[in-house]
Write a protein that binds this ligand. Sequence first.
Ligand code: ADP
Length: 492
Amino acid sequence: MYIVMIASECAPVAKVGGLGDVVFGLSGELEKQGHGVEIIIPKYDCMRYDHIWGLTVSYQDLWVPWDNGVVHCTVWFGFVHGRRCFFIEPHSSQNYFNRGHYYGALDESKRFAFFSKAALEFMLKTNKRPDIIHCHDWQTGLVPVMLYEIYKYHGMWNQRVCYTIHNFKHQGIAGPQILWETGLNNDAYYYHYDRLLDNFDHTAINFMKGGIVYSNYVNTVSPHHAWEARHGSESYGLGHTLYIHQNKFGGILNGIDYHLWNPDTDPLIPYHYSIDNFENKALNKKALRERLWLRHDENKPLIAYVGRLDEQKGVHLIRHGLFYALHRQAQFVLLGSSTEPWINSDFWHLKHHLNDNPDCHLELGYNEELAHLIYAGADIIIVPSNYEPCGLTQMIALRYGTVPVVRGVGGLVSTVFDRDYDQLHPPEERNGYVFYQADYHAIESAMERAIGLWQYYPEEFKQLAINGMKCDYSWARSVQDYINVYEYIRHK
Ligand code: ADP
């Protein structure tokens, strides 16, 4: 099959979170299985250009119809660790992708509506007629809408769309102006409950709802989260839309790129290890302590958090977990960044407060290299999310023999099985600790069990870590589900 991915991120060139990892990892695995994959993303000024090989102009003058005029774009091509990527660069005074950051602009819906339009226009003009267009999250929700309402009539009638929702919280809400800018026009037609009208704000259209309504298949990134979205409040108001479209909605568990995330070959960690020489992990712990100026103490487990600092991630529990770890004579390392000013300043404050503590380090910002060392050097990782569509950090931690302590929501339920209480898996498949309530007692009791095992039963702790390393959360495991979906919608 010939598949085109359209997304706002692709790791490691443009990555904010798991979306970038998924676009990169899934594309690579599809290629391995013999499919042709191309990726289209915006050409951001702040991308990691050092991860692009052979960047050249692919299409010099792409004129994208926009707001009753045209916007001149150039499309670039380059390889991102073997993935074929196209980068769209608009030349307009709005500077849509030259903002020094990926997200958080005031004209966000306009930026990505434009990108979606430009991606379709590029495919049309260059005669790209993929079997499958795979779109991701709200940023590309208008792709299937424009495909079926506009581009179908220009020759793109045979393309099918798979739409993957990585996070229901951000849906892309906009006013009627967007309809005129994209050329969809006809307000009355789209401002309809069955199409793009937001389920609660009747003055607005909702990009993600458009993606759900118009795509041939819709999925979120774990079966458990699909259930939560359908039956709980995790779909942030799209529950009824999912109910109407339930026959084409499901959950497919993300994988991680086992090539990139491999403690046995990872170029970003100083000591390689696997199940057979697990003792080398301790050398990475030493290296991590040295790098972050933590004291060396044989009796202290090292607990970590890696991820965005966002309400979704349970910042109050992360903060509490940090203090509880210190209270229990453990060490704590945090790597995270936030786009929310109040969360950001709270953690900066905390960082200054704990600056001289030899058992604690907070690294505020995004740092891919340090993330690898933390996964390799930590003993335990906490993931106390309020909700978590899939979560990659716990899967990466498992791969690196770092025991996850997670809250039992979304994809965390599908990947981490409690050592003491899980009833569905035999002891040799249990790989971490799970708690359910979003309060301090719950996280404390799970952390206490993990710290206690590390302190008093080191051999059993090691066995638990090795159980985690034996899990298979590679893309090789999940890719077949996507291929089945593609085949199904292609022949429907
Ligand atoms: P989300 O997509 O909600 O941000 P995931 O757990 O699905 O969360 O994916 C997070 C990915 O981003 C992981 O690969 C994690 O290592 C990485 N990551 C998150 N924050 C940082 C950071 N500050 N520095 C380096 N990597 C980070």
